[in-house]
Design a binder for this molecule. Structure first.
Ligand code: SF4
Length: 546
């Protein structure tokens, strides 16, 4: 395999890689602003210039210095190159670029949302000068409302053009442009055309400084207080890899996690901002049972034990139907189906309604927004079919409700971000015993006999199967709201009450093991893609003992 040397370290590479890509693949940092793996290469920011020596075939392949510094992002790696990022020339350039970028920058880090995750801050510390030599007045640029979700703080911009290239190359919408020349260059939208495409939020992530900001997250939280939990899109069938960023049980934002096989570097705006229902005031927080007064929070234990025992009493010795929502994880589906089949071996299992909006939309950059607005229809069906017997979909379930041999008691699960129960479905339920496990208000909450509040996907761990059949595990980011429980835990509790034993705590990994052993679904042990381990950043500051 060909190799180059970077700062004395041999680095193997594949044909077509640039020096910067080889360095990053070998965990060697070369500072860069304009380069991004998902965008074209423009080599405009100049901070990645490196000193390169290369074998000269016209001089017996002797190593010769290339007279000028070369942009590492644009220079292909070639066998035998010797690259220095820490030579006096390279370091001098890094310092000059940093000094240039900071000339007109307001250095308003204390009030900037990007502080703590800003490349300008980080590189100023690692590659910049300690002081500024600039004594003249800084040029000022305006703040601008670019569209419904994104703000531009013009004087923080370093003109890397990532945002402009994103709207040209990935979304194909080209709302952003560079206006002006020289020191007056500025990012802007074309007159009358707001930045308003379905992927617009990605420019916030792409911006290496605090110039493009998320209106929804603006001044909400300092980023160093946020904990990042790897997760999977819980709203569509795309299976996009995301990070849920939260503090003290409150989610503040969702960001993409890079996965070249699924979502590359991007997520859609509906995934980025569609999670707000998890903190909705109207969410159910405590169980309710028909014929009982509503319980106060301090009576949550009584509420749960009454709800569980009433459910078991209502399901016992009856033909059961269970509607399992495609918003639930495979582990939830498995526990619910197991509970139903243990209480009634002929229980009817059904996948809940799968919402669709329009058609799949693929952008020029390859990212696809899925029309299917449920994360796990395939996973739920896969699990239910592993139980054999009667398995159907939501339409089949509704038909079964109308037939004489239909279920006498039903367990319904929701967890949709918005209303999901149709009038015809509510009518088809007739006067049978109904247990509803759900998150948001819907037309069945006054009709059902028992209501149990469920946890959303960020409040539990599990596995989703995306539209391409890829099984991906996600972790719990925050504790369930108040007295809510995961659907899997509710199923475990119900079975324990039914069997008169102590309930176990739900554990997603143990459940996947049980799914493999008890239901023969080996794929849940062998094929589930787990989130990559988080790497912690070690401070290079010397700690002084006091
Ligand atoms: S706004 Fe941000 S992404 Fe766009 S050119 Fe300026 S620094 Fe780069």
């Amino acid at each position: 395999m060909p190799q180059i040397s970077i700062n004395g370290h041999p680095c193997e590479f594949e044909d077509g890689q640039s020096i910067l890509e080889v360095a990053l693949a070998h965990e060697t940092e070369i500072p860069h602003y304009c380069w991004h793996p998902g965008l074209s290469v423009v080599a405009s920011c100049r901070i990645c210039l490196v000193e390169v020596w290369a074998p000269n075939p016209r001089n017996d392949n002797k190593l010769e210095a290339i007279p000028k510094l070369l942009p590492a992002c644009q220079t292909p790696a070639s066998d035998g190159q010797v690259v220095h990022t820490d030579s006096p020339k390279a370091v001098g350039n890094q310092r000059s670029v940093m000094e240039y970028l900071l000339i007109n920058h307001p250095v308003d880090c204390p009030v900037c949302d990007q502080a703590g995750e800003c490349s300008l801050q980080d590189y100023a510390y690692r590659y910049g000068r300690a002081g500024s030599r600039f004594e003249e007045e800084k040029l000022k640029q305006s703040k601008k409302d670019l569209g419904p979700d994104v703000l531009l703080y013009g004087d923080r911009c370093i003109m890397c053009s990532r945002c402009v290239r994103f709207t040209r190359e990935v979304t194909g919408t080209s709302e952003l442009m560079v206006s002006g020349r020289g020191a007056s260059e500025a990012i802007d939208v074309f007159p009358g055309v707001a930045l308003d495409n379905e992927l617009s939020g990605n420019v916030i992530d792409l911006c290496p400084v605090g110039a493009l900001l998320d209106k929804d997250f603006l001044f909400q939280q300092r980023v160093w207080y946020l904990t990042r939990t790897p997760s999977i899109d819980g709203l569509t069938s795309a299976g996009d890899n995301i990070s849920v960023e939260h503090n003290h049980g409150t989610v503040f934002r969702i960001k993409p996690r890079t996965n070249l096989e699924v979502n590359q570097w991007w997520i859609s705006d509906e995934i980025r901002w569609g999670w707000k229902f998890i903190h909705d005031e109207s969410r159910h927080r405590i169980p309710a049972v028909r014929g009982h007064e509503s319980w106060a929070p301090e009576e949550a234990d009584v509420a749960w034990s009454t709800a569980l025992s009433s459910t078991v009493a209502g399901l016992k010795d009856r033909h059961i139907g269970v509607l399992i929502s495609p918003m639930l994880a495979c582990e939830d589906a498995w526990h619910l189906a197991r509970m139903a089949r243990q209480m009634d071996p002929d229980a009817l299992l059904a996948v809940g309604p799968v919402p669709f909006e329009g058609e799949d939309k693929t952008f020029p950059g390859g990212y696809t927004i899925r029309a299917e607005k449920a994360p796990n229809a395939r996973g739920v069906r896969r699990v239910l079919e592993a139980f054999g017997g009667r398995v159907t979909d939501a339409a089949g379930f509704e038909v079964a409700l109308s037939s004489e041999s239909g279920p006498e008691a039903v367990v319904l699960t929701g967890n949709y971000p918005s209303a999901w129960v149709t009038e015809s479905f509510a009518e088809a339920l007739g006067d049978r015993f109904v247990v509803l496990i759900d998150t948001m208000p819907n037309r069945l909450e006054t009709r059902c006999d028992v209501f149990m509040p469920a946890a959303t996907w960020v409040e539990k761990s599990g596995t989703f199967e995306n539209v391409d059949g890829r099984l991906q595990a996600f972790e719990r980011a925050i504790e369930p709201l108040d007295y809510c429980k995961s659907d899997a835990q509710i199923a475990i509790d119900l079975l324990a009450v039914h069997d008169g034993v102590q309930a176990d705590w739900f554990n997603a990994a143990m459940t996947r093991q049980a799914m493999s052993i008890e239901s023969g679904m080996k794929e849940f042990l062998e094929e589930v893609h787990m989130p990559e381990a988080q790497t912690t950043v070690e401070s290079d500051m010397e700690v002084v003992e006091l």
